[in-house]
Design a protein around this ligand. Structure first.
Ligand SMILES: [Zn+2]
Length: 446
């Protein structure tokens, strides 16, 4: 049986790990982030690479498909375009949720790699051609024009993109959540059922690679123009919504707003500026898709039906909290790109806006989703959000207490229930069939 190092053993980490001087502009002085599973003594970060996918790496080893001692070959993997360095890289208030040198590890830590140190990238930078039906429609409708450079006559657009895994510098993360580092460490330790004992046992280790989703940056236009405040920049920060983004569910505005942002990004890039979409893996307001669907059911089945008035309460009823996205870490990738001014911010969220401007980025225009793009069943969401502080823009000025009360969505009715009426149900409140609300069978009403 192999020796199993337990992270609470004193020899699991080096007694004296390579120090990390977070925010130091020189990567050699800052020090590499090392979370190798091969040499416990070399580690200076808590957690493992690949975010939540580290579990699949464990499965691959268990299935004897992966040699746990495999050394990655990074030949040819370096970025295909340059990002930074920018002054923001040296400011922990601007970057503490990612490693700004995470895409150039083979370059800046080349000598370490040659000596056998296991230092891995936490970012990758590449290019792509995107083919979206909405872009083809915009071309056909004349809203977009092909230029053969940013947008092809086929509707394909050309992007530069970067995938980023989270790397957290715990003292600054704690500061942003207005708590102490020790309370942050204890809370994560507790809510992961003790997955990372070093959070408690090694207060000297300040960097944590959390097992959460990362983010992807998509850029239309020349990324070199991003830090120039005189060149137009259009930006959307989008939180993942798989049901809408990929599968076209009509309960929310996510995909339409995302594709609207892409259209605006293409237009800006064609004028010589840049368009950025940052896609965060924060499904269901970072509560996950199971919680999200439970909330959908409770919204659609509550007395009085799905309505804007109860939109936020339904989430809180299921999850105990309305939202765990906490936008405090969201601006970091903007600062990584050197953003200091956004001319067109394609978002109505007050939380995202506040988080961005609070870190010193200027926002000129806030762009709401065009009302004609909002699906009928998503009126509940947009009305509730605008009523509770989302920027109404010009298009949503009519949202008031009356409109909030009147806005209702689709209900789940007897259609999903195979029995003809409610007589077969036991009648107790907990066991009512979905058609029965407070003992009234909605089928009988029809
Ligand atoms: Zn959505």
């Amino acid at each position: 049986m192999d020796h199993i190092p337990i992270t609470t053993h004193t020899n699991a980490f080096g007694v004296d790990p390579v120090p990390v001087l977070w925010s130091h502009p020189n990567p050699e002085v800052r020090g590499p982030i090392i979370s190798t599973v091969r040499h416990a003594a070399q580690r200076n970060a808590i957690g493992a690479h690949q975010g939540s996918y580290c579990i699949y790496t464990g499965l691959a080893v268990a299935a004897k498909k992966l040699d746990p001692d495999y050394v990655p070959n990074f030949k040819g993997t370096s970025p295909v375009f340059k990002i930074g360095p920018h002054p923001s890289w040296a400011d922990p208030k601007k970057i503490a949720a990612l490693d700004p040198f995470g895409h150039v590890t083979t370059e800046v830590y080349g000598d370490w790699l040659k000596k056998g140190w296991d230092i891995r990238p936490t970012m990758a930078v590449t290019k792509a051609h995107l083919d979206l039906p909405e872009c083809r429609e915009a071309l056909a409708a004349g809203r977009l024009k092909a230029d053969g450079k940013i947008l092809m006559p086929s509707g394909q657009s050309i992007v530069s993109k970067a995938a980023i895994e989270p790397v957290w510098y715990l003292p600054e993360i704690a500061r942003r959540f207005e708590t102490t580092e020790s309370n942050l460490r204890r809370s994560i330790f507790r809510m992961t059922n003790g997955m990372y004992p070093e959070l408690i046992t090694r207060p000297d280790i300040k960097v944590f690679l959390p097992p959460i989703g990362g983010l992807t940056i998509y850029i239309w236009g020349d990324p070199e123009t991003i830090p120039d405040e005189n060149i137009e920049l259009t930006c959307r920060v989008h939180d993942e919504c798989n049901g809408s983004d990929v599968f076209g569910s009509d309960i929310c505005t996510c995909r339409p707003y995302l594709t609207h942002a892409i259209e605006e990004c293409i237009k800006t890039a064609q004028k010589g500026g840049c368009g950025i979409v940052i896609y965060f893996r924060k499904e269901g307001r970072s509560l996950g898709e199971v919680t999200k669907y439970l909330v959908y059911n409770s919204r659609k089945r509550q007395e009085g039906g799905d309505r804007a008035e109860r939109y936020f309460e339904c989430t809180e009823q299921v999850a105990g909290v309305q939202d765990t996205r906490f936008q405090a870490l969201m601006p970091d990738p903007l600062h990584f790109l050197g953003v200091t001014k956004i001319h067109n911010f394609i978002s109505m969220s007050d939380m995202k806006y506040d988080a961005i401007v609070n870190t010193g980025i200027k926002v000129v225009n806030r762009v709401e989703i065009p009302p004609e793009m909002v699906p009928a069943d998503a009126q509940v969401e947009i009305t509730a959000k605008v009523f509770h502080g989302y920027n109404a823009g010009k298009a949503y000025q009519d949202v008031d207490a009356d409109k909030l009360k009147q806005t209702v969505g689709r209900e789940y009715t007897l259609d999903e229930e195979p029995s003809d009426d409610c007589s077969s149900s036991t009648g107790s409140a907990e066991e009512e069939s979905p058609c029965c609300k407070n003992g009234v069978c909605s089928k009988n009403k029809e």
